[in-house]
Design a protein around this ligand. Sequence first.
Ligand SMILES: *Cc1c(COP(=O)(O)O)cnc(C)c1O
Length: 532
Amino acid sequence: MASSQDRSQGRTGGIVSGGTAEAATYTGNRALQIEEPLIFEMGQPGRCGVDLPEPPRVKDRLNGLRRTGDIGLPGLSEPQVVQHYTRLSQKNYAIDMGVYPLGSCTMKHNPRINEKVARLPGIGDLHPLQPVSTVQGALELIDRLAHWLKTLTGMPAVAMSPAAGAHGEMCGMMAIAAALKARGERAQRKTVLAPESAHGTNPATAAAIGFTVKPIPANDRGRVDLTALKAALGPDVAAIMLTNPNTCGLFESEIVEIAQAVHAAGAYFYCDGANFNAIAGRVRPGDLGVDCMHINLHKTFSTPHGGGGPGAGPVVLSAALAPYAPYPWIVKDGATWRVAEDESKVEGTPLGRLKAFHGQMGMFTRALAYIMSHGADGLKQASEDAVLSANYVMAALKDTMSPAFDGPCMHEALFDDSFLKDTGVSTLDFAKAMIDEGYHPMTMYFPLVVHGAMLIEPTESVAKEDLDQFIGALRSLAARAKTGTAAEAFKAAPLYAPRRRLDETLAARKPILRWKPSNNPPETDPVKQAAE
Ligand SMILES: *Cc1c(COP(=O)(O)O)cnc(C)c1O
């Protein structure tokens, strides 16, 4: 989104320069970095990219509602539109451009075979309201993916419809609430325990379903403090929400004991499965005592994500929670697939419907293509390689940057900001300097339990030489920060990005979402400027 805050820093101010005086170009462009106006600031009224025939005269049935004024659509030719959107697309950093080390997000390669399969006409052209007899293959595809998810997690049931991880959390916690209600304990069990390092969606979900969240502290090894957990368990506790490997990139080594303690207290174990990429094919969460877990298909099983969607968050459920799973269910009667879409047609006491239709078909297709092209052995290797990559990064940086915890990590390497102490350089400055080196920064300031956190998830899909260059860049930045004289340069970063430091808080709190002509004074017109 371009807001007028960004813009005031850009075109009218000429090119940004790294503190040194640099000549502004006539256009405001900087080689291939094109200063792109908003589409409303371009073109001419009346210009059009298509030549439509004059519509036949129809009788006007709008009476006084007929529009008389201009609707203010930009008037642009086809090449202008194509160029505008192509330029905008090139302003994005993307997985397809380089290392994307955003921790907790599993920004891995999306194999093109997934895209090819998802675009096959028999899949890409499906409509959810088609007669079931014409979508037998699609239903089988969903069931086949469900089978893989149940097998990989060692769980007996899966609800396929949730549209993202957070939506899956909601599904799982609603199933837990329903199970407690059936036991007559919903009113009494009001508390959900969540580690302090939990992803923000966990406490938010628990609260949205009507639970009260109680944080559980971590021990000095970055894992759940088992003693504190046991002390917090009681007849008021509905569930624990736990991520494994956790958001510090560490395996909860006492997970079986945690599950036993939770169950002994009559509570359920919700596992946040966003980090499944580290263990898929190696560990089955069902064997660890998990009652339900969402799987972010868009992370672990490589379907494109970012920018708010689309995702898919199927939830695997234990036998105790399966009866409460939301419909629809895909059912096979003899040789025929059908969709069970209401209470009367499914077993158990389903919690209702969470989403229109059957879930994210495109994501299901991509995930199944990914799974089947890897096979069970390939999925296991992908997990092992993801862990190996993160440990390679950790080992190569631990003498220069400061690891948040001792010992090896899982699929993410977590550093704190103690290596920046007394340098005047903050985590934010460090991340901005990475942009000048051509890297998307890692996840910063998350998890909150680590001061100035920097969470690096290289994934299994980065080549060793690319990881080496990334490591080299971070080592060089860290060395520069530690000279103690570079704070000013770091604070000025990024120097080479199309925009420098934006007021991100202002942009998030008071986004300018509507363009008004009055916001666009005529002096920003380069032609006029040049004429003056
Ligand atoms: C990504 C993530 C989520 C939420 O998943 P969405 O698909 O973004 O809704 C929850 N927990 C953790 C640990 C995550 O990384």
